[in-house]
Design a protein around this ligand. Sequence first.
Ligand SMILES: [Zn+2]
Length: 267
Amino acid sequence: MQKLIVLGTGNAMVSKCYNTCFVLRLNSMDFLTDCGGGNGIFKQLDAADIKRTSIHEMFITHEHCDHILGAVWMLRAIATAMLADKYDGNFTVYCHDGLVEKIRAMCNFTLQKKMTALFDKRIIFKAVADGETLKIAGCKTTFFDIGSTKARQFGYKMELPDGKTLAFMGDEPVAPHCEKYVQNAHWLLCEAFCLYAQADKFKPCEKHHSTAKDAAELAERLNVQNIVLWHTEESDLANRKKNYTAEAKNYFSGGIFVPDDLDEINL
Ligand SMILES: [Zn+2]
């Protein structure tokens, strides 16, 4: 089974949906990427029927609050379970080296000492380098620096259990130096802040974000088979799937997925 379980689909400032984060269920393991902006991560995991204690690997893309603050809550939950003898094995946090100190510092400010005492014993911080390949959930995964000028951010490319490839770009468009990771991918998970038709209103470029049209054109040019669009604005969530899909369809011939929170996609 290889499945994408979408926990959140919104940009940083949303209130009607959760910030973009997700679980990849691969080889019967749950791999969490980003955690959204707070303890809403618990509500989303509960709604998706994912036990916090079933997660043993987590990747954090970058330091912005809509991606990282929920990680403090996840670490609190994991540490609490470990202290109660209700967690098997270790929990590993993957992120770039600059982020390790930031996550640890936030936890040191906000969690009890008995929780942070588990750091480096059962809660392991694994700094990943640009281009480094590791096994995550049993899958060969190459992490890379997406080249953000706002805050250093990493994405990854993964070989799924059935041999398909998945590229995840964090919350910015694909930079030219990252195209090699996206070329011919079966799945591209990428942000689309708004519709091209609404770019004047939402000004995605000012925020280093793009539109459904931009993402679709890029995916077509790089011979991607399927795109997942998220990290969007939330002015019309009821019609987002329909509208974003319709716009992307004009520029991309592959599969188009514009998930709502808690949607599941078979990869
Ligand atoms: Zn973001």
